[in-house]
Design a protein around this ligand. Structure first.
Ligand SMILES: Cc1ncc(COP(=O)(O)O)c(C=O)c1O
Length: 396
């Protein structure tokens, strides 16, 4: 039989990327669950709280009132106004509504921002550990990631000096995610400000992923408050974590108008607008009472303290203290070499199959010695999951 010529099935750009590791873990865990396994889930990065009632009511009312149509690509005017007002109130920024664009989740806002700014061969500085999707989104755009390692011993702290050392004539953008997923590190405001000013002086964009900006446990800082660097600052925000709205898919970007215009052009060719009734619910979230945000943050701080205390009872595991978001990033490398385990990926895979605890391996975030646990779950689940982990590690 004649052999058929090899045919390229997919585009180079899609071949450059991989499926999101967190999504892959969730899918693997779902398979085990479907088979009847009782799992403790520290895998997915999403709040365990329900979306606050007044936000749900606003969405239901919006459907009843027939807010069910296409809207302007960049979002309904009242939502763009609500985004800039909320940001100004909370962080002292001064964006105009035309500098805000609504997207279907923070992830799409980030994807579009990178597509708009990054070309083939451009370098993008990416501190490590990084949220899984940054790398693939940059590479999909043809950019080259320039990794800046941070050190667990310093609480994964980043400094302006560490970034500046990696700037070259090809540097197009710097991605900063504070509070950080997966480490929970919060960039010191003075260092963040210095990075923004240095980047602005050099004509480099800072893409500030502020999806966890309201889960900063000891302070409050947004890149948008550094007015003199604004021309080169792009903020990516999201309602997902702040208001427990992951499934609603509502994110946004704040950036100078020429960038939001280019962004609108791109979005007009991919998703058009975000769902109309979801935008109405987002207005309710941003303009309504904010106590729910403070209450959820207080809940995460308690859970952070609990999980750190429980992790400390597992011999040889070390863990830096997260100052924001809802993840811990323990170092499990002291167990490498025992019982066939040689990587964080192996630890995660075997924890899932043998201990029924879902975690995400550090390789997905650019480090080899860690696993990520999301503590956005109940105190009882943390106690149960950490007991199962403790027992499993004890047997290695
Ligand atoms: C750092 C970071 N940025 C962006 C996102 C995207 O969030 P969403 O698309 O739900 O707004 C996530 C979600 O986990 C995240 O952790």
């Amino acid at each position: 039989m004649a052999t058929l010529p090899a045919v390229k099935q997919f585009s180079d750009r899609v071949n450059r990327i991989e499926i999101s590791a967190t999504m892959a873990v969730v899918a693997e865990a779902a398979k085990l669950k479907a088979g009847g396994a009782d799992l403790v889930e520290f895998g997915a990065g999403e709040p365990h709280f329900a979306t606050p009632q007044h936000i749900k009511d606003a969405a239901i009312a919006a459907i009843q009132q027939n807010f069910t149509r296409y809207t302007a690509v960049s979002g309904i005017p009242e939502l763009r106004a609500a985004i800039v007002k909320r940001h100004a109130t909370d962080f002292g920024s001064n964006y105009k509504p035309e500098e805000a664009i609504v997207s279907t989740g923070g992830k799409l806002a980030l994807f579009n921002a990178i597509q708009v700014l990054v070309d083939h061969g451009d370098e993008v500085i990416l501190p490590v550990p990084y949220w899984v999707s940054f790398k693939d989104i940059i590479e999909y755009a043809g950019g080259r990631c320039v990794y800046v390692e941070t050190d667990e011993a310093d609480g994964f702290q980043l400094t302006a000096e560490m970034i500046e050392r990696n700037v070259t004539p090809r540097t197009r953008a710097i991605v900063i995610n504070s509070p950080n997923n997966p480490s929970g590190a919060v960039l010191a405001p003075e260092e963040f400000t210095a990075i923004l000013k240095m980047a602005h002086r050099r004509g480099i964009y800072v893409i500030a992923d502020e999806c966890y900006v309201y889960l900063n446990f000891n302070g409050s800082f947004s890149a948008g408050s550094v007015a003199e660097a604004r021309e080169h600052t792009v903020i990516v925000g999201s309602l997902s974590k702040t208001y427990a709205m992951t499934g609603w898919r509502l994110g946004y970007a704040l950036a100078p108008a020429p960038i939001t215009s280019a962004f609108t052009k791109l979005q007009s060719q991919n998703t058009s607008s975000t769902a109309h009734m979801i935008q109405k619910a987002a207005v309710a979230a941003l303009t309504g009472p904010q106590d729910c945000v403070a209450e959820m943050k207080a809940g995460y701080i308690q859970l952070r303290d609990q999980i750190l205390a429980e992790l400390a009872t597992i011999p040889r595991i070390t863990c830096s203290r997260p100052e924001g978001a809802f993840y811990v990033y323990p170092n499990v490398s002291a167990y490498f070499g025992r019982n066939g385990i040689n990587s964080a990926g192996e630890v995660s895979r075997r924890l899932l199959h043998e201990a029924h605890v879902v975690t995400v391996p550090g390789e997905a975030f650019g480090t080899r010695d860690h696993i990520r646990l999301s503590y956005a779950t109940s105190a009882a689940e943390i106690t149960k999951g950490l007991k199962w982990m403790r027992d499993w590690f004890a047997k290695l």
